[in-house]
Design a protein around this ligand. Structure first.
Ligand code: OAD
Length: 245
């Protein structure tokens, strides 16, 4: 695996790094990506996301949407972080200890594997599949929902409990978006790992970083057509990130 010296220098000399991860960083943990055309078994190739991962879909048929998320939680509950998650967590920890770089981790993933690998803080742009809240009053729904087949009732207002995942057509959590924008705006290196860069506003963060003079590196076995990428490193995150870090 040849990695250009310029890329190594870029990473070593960066003072403020913004890492944006997508489903590809969890692929080697056995979690299906959404659009992995190559394998043809991306999640979205089997289901209509608008029907299942949208507020309209939930309002139309809360039971089906709830059970789809229960299925996704069940198939993913024993998944473990892979070397990509671990490399990022170690990089974050090391730089927090020696203070030579500021590393911000922004993820589009909802699987919680960055936290499981020891990353902290993690900015979750699209929420977290292990959390639930009330659709009506917004209160966090505490307590396990494991094997609960019916849509739970909010203990606070009697409303419908839903997964705390951002659905199509919904705004991103304000605080998370502010953190992501600020990290992209102020970084001198933007590392895009395992994302098809198709879903906005997350996909716009690289361009924001670039507009402020940052270098943009993309790690993906299938390079995207993103015009702002300076260095495309073709390969799997679980192989490349341990080498890079
Ligand atoms: P996608 O499924 O759109 O893209 C996954 C990317 O990961 C593809 O470009 C793959 O080539 C790449 N990939 C696959 N295996 C990889 C590996 N081992 N290492 C590195 N890259 C790999 O997933 P996202 O871009 O994350 O939104 O999708 C963005 C959002 O669309 C998701 O957060 C989700 C979906 O709607 C919500 O859930 C709100």
């Amino acid at each position: 695996m040849h990695i250009e010296q310029e890329v190594i220098d870029c990473i070593q000399n960066a003072r403020r790094v913004c890492i944006l991860t997508g489903a590809g960083v969890s692929a080697e943990s056995g979690i299906a990506t959404f659009r992995d055309a190559k394998e043809g078994k991306g999640l979205w190739s089997q289901y209509d996301p608008q029907q299942l991962a949208s507020i309209d879909g939930f309002l139309k048929d809360p039971q089906t949407v709830w059970q789809w998320y229960q299925w996704r939680r069940d198939v993913n509950k024993d998944k473990q972080p892979n070397p990509a998650h671990l490399a990022i967590a170690q990089w974050q920890k090391r730089t927090q200890q020696n203070g030579n770089q500021l590393v911000s981790l922004i993820t589009q993933n909802v699987d919680g594997l960055h936290q499981k690998a020891g990353s902290n803080p993690v900015t979750e742009l699209h929420g977290n599949i292990w959390r639930n809240h009330c659709l009506q009053c917004g209160q966090t729904h505490h307590g396990s929902v494991e094997r609960i087949e019916q849509v739970p009732e909010c203990q606070h207002c009697g409303g419908q409990v839903r997964p705390s995942v951002v659905w199509f057509g919904e705004a991103l959590p304000e605080q998370a978006w502010r953190e992501a924008e600020s990290a992209a705006y102020s970084c001198d290196l933007f590392l895009s790992v395992g994302t098809s860069s198709q879903v906005y506003p997350a996909a716009g963060l690289a361009a924001l970083a670039k507009s402020q003079g940052a270098k943009v590196i993309e790690i993906n076995p299938e390079p995207t057509s993103s015009p702002v990428v300076d260095y495309q490193i073709e390969g799997k995150a679980g192989i490349l990130l341990p080498i890079l870090f």
